[in-house]
Design a protein around this ligand. Structure first.
Ligand code: URA
Length: 442
C-alpha cells in the first residue's frame, strides 16, 4: 500500500477502505508517513469529507493508537463530558460535583487552554496545592472515594490525535467535521467511560460558527459513540457570548464557587443545570425533567459545593480557598473599560473569540506552548448582550500582573463589544439536543 495512492483517492472524492485508514494512521504515528503527505491527506479530507464508516474507523484506530483506559475497577456508571471549547466555560467544575453527589462517577481527563479557549486543568491549578497529575491507581482511588477526579490528559491517550491535531493546527485543517469528530471521540473512547455528554459550542467563540454545522458535528459524534457501545447525547449550546461573567483561571474558580452557592450568573447556572441534568439522564437517574430538578436541588441545598470541597481536598488543594474565595491572590493591576461611544442603547453582540484573546493577552492563557499562566489575570464582564448601556458605563474590568499588557487588551476588548440603539432579540442558551436517531431543536 502507498500513501500516494490514498491521497490520490481522497483527492478524487473516493472512499478509503478500513485497511487503508489503518495503514495511514498507524504509519503516521510510527513515523513511516511524513508530515507533508499527511498534510495533503488532511486537506483532501477537509474538502471532500468522509462517510460515517470512514469516520468511525478512523476514530477507533486513533483511539487504539495508545492506552485504552479500563475503568472497570471503579464501581457504578461512569459518565464523561466534553466541551468543544469556549470562553469562560467553567461548566465541568460545576456539573461534575452535582452529578457525583448522586453517585454518578466522573473519571475525567481534561485539557489545558487551546488558542483563545480556556482549559479545565489550568483553572483547577489556580487552587493552591491542587494537583492534576496522578498515577492511574491514585486517580481511580480518588474517584472511588469522592465520586470524581479531574486530571490532565495522560501522555499516551490517543497519541495519533496529539500528532494529527498539531499538524491540523498549522495546516488550516482544524475546522473539518470528520476531523473534529474523530479527534474528540478518539479521546473519549480511549478514556473509558460508559456514557458521554457532548457540549457542542456554536457561535463566534466556537470552532463551528453555524448551527447547521454544529448539529452535523454533534450527529457524527453521537453516531460514533453509540456504534462503540457508549450511550451518547449532545447539546448544542451558545458560544456567541462568554459563559458567565468571569474569564481567566482564578476568576473563573470564584464564579464556580458562587454558582455552587446558588448566586451564579443566570446563563451559567441554567446551562449547568441542563448539562448536569443530561449527565444524570445518561446514568439512568430519571427523565430529563426529573434529572434537571435533581441538579437544581444539589446546587440550592449546597450538596454540590460540599462535593467540590471533597474533590479539591482529595487532589491536594487548599480547601480554605473554596470556603473563603477572597483568599485568592488579586492581580496587582486592574483597569475599568469604559464605553466611550455616545450612545444610549444596548450591548448588541460580542466577539467572544476576541474577548478570549484579550484575556490571553492579559496573561490568563499561553501565547506559546511553554508560557506560564498568570492565574489571577483575566476579565470580569460588567455588561452582557441585551444589557442597557450609555456613554461612561463600565463594560468590564481587566486584571493582570503586567501593567504593560493593559492598554493592548483594552483596545481588543473595545473592538469586541458592540452596541446598538435597539435591544437585540433574546437567543436560547441551548439550541438543540441530539440523541441517537433524534434531534430536538429549541
Ligand atoms: N477539540 C478537540 O479535541 N479536537 C478538535 O479537533 C477540536 C476541538
Amino acid at each position: 500500500m502507498r500513501m500516494y495512492d490514498l491521497i490520490h483517492k481522497k483527492r478524487n472524492n473516493q472512499q478509503l477502505t478500513d485497511e487503508e485508514i489503518k495503514f495511514m494512521i498507524n504509519n503516521y504515528v510510527n513515523g513511516g508517513i511524513p508530515d507533508y503527505q499527511m498534510s495533503a491527506m488532511l486537506m483532501a479530507i477537509y474538502f471532500n469529507g468522509m462517510n460515517d464508516r470512514e469516520i468511525s474507523t478512523m476514530t477507533n484506530v486513533m483511539a487504539q493508537s495508545g492506552d485504552m483506559v479500563d475503568l472497570s475497577s471503579i464501581e457504578g456508571i461512569k459518565v464523561d463530558k466534553h466541551s468543544t471549547g469556549g470562553v469562560g466555560d467553567k461548566t465541568t467544575l460545576i456539573i461534575a460535583p452535582v452529578v457525583a453527589y448522586y453517585g454518578v462517577k466522573v473519571a475525567k481527563m481534561s485539557g489545558r487552554g487551546l488558542g483563545h479557549t480556556g482549559g479545565t486543568v489550568d483553572k483547577m491549578e489556580a487552587i493552591p496545592g491542587l494537583k492534576t497529575n496522578f498515577s492511574q491507581e491514585e486517580f481511580f482511588n480518588i474517584v472511588n472515594k469522592t465520586g470524581i477526579s479531574v486530571i490532565g490528559q495522560s501522555g499516551n491517550l490517543a497519541p495519533a490525535d496529539k500528532k494529527l491535531y498539531a499538524l491540523r493546527d498549522v495546516t488550516a485543517t482544524v475546522e473539518s467535521i470528520p476531523l473534529i469528530a474523530a479527534s474528540i471521540m478518539s479521546k473519549k473512547l480511549a478514556a473509558g467511560s460508559d456514557c458521554i455528554l457532548l457540549d457542542v459550542k456554536t457561535g463566534s467563540g466556537a470552532f463551528m460558527k453555524t448551527l447547521d454545522d454544529s448539529i452535523a458535528l454533534a450527529q457524527k459524534m453521537v453516531t460514533i459513540g453509540e456504534n462503540c457501545g457508549r450511550k451518547t447525547v449532545a447539546l448544542i449550546t451558545d458560544m456567541d457570548i462568554p459563559l458567565g461573567n468571569n474569564i481567566g483561571n482564578s476568576l473563573e474558580i470564584k464564579e464556580v464557587i458562587e454558582t455552587l452557592k446558588g448566586n451564579g450568573p443566570k446563563d451559567l447556572t441554567e446551562i449547568c443545570i441542563k448539562l448536569a441534568g443530561n449527565m444524570l439522564y445518561l446514568a439512568d437517574k430519571g427523565t430529563i425533567e426529573q434529572c434537571e430538578n435533581l441538579a437544581k436541588e444539589a446546587i440550592e441545598k449546597g450538596y454540590a459545593l460540599n462535593k467540590l470541597i471533597e474533590i479539591v481536598e482529595a487532589q491536594g488543594g487548599d480547601i480554605q480557598y473554596i470556603k473563603n474565595p477572597e483568599k485568592f491572590e488579586k492581580s496587582k493591576y486592574s483597569l475599568d473599560v469604559i464605553l466611550e461611544d455616545n450612545i444610549d442603547g444596548y450591548i448588541s453582540g460580542m466577539d467572544t473569540e476576541g474577548l478570549g484573546i484579550a484575556s490571553t493577552m492579559l496573561g490568563a492563557g499561553r501565547e506559546t506552548k511553554d508560557d506560564n499562566i498568570d492565574f489571577s489575570a483575566g476579565i470580569i464582564l460588567n455588561k452582557k448582550v441585551g444589557d442597557k448601556v450609555k456613554k461612561g458605563d463600565i463594560l468590564c474590568t481587566l486584571y493582570t500582573n503586567d501593567k504593560n499588557k493593559l492598554e493592548s487588551a483594552r483596545k481588543k476588548v473595545i473592538s469586541s463589544i458592540f452596541t446598538d440603539k435597539n435591544k437585540p432579540k433574546d437567543i436560547p442558551l441551548v439550541f438543540a439536543r441530539v440523541e441517537k436517531s433524534k434531534i430536538e431543536k429549541f
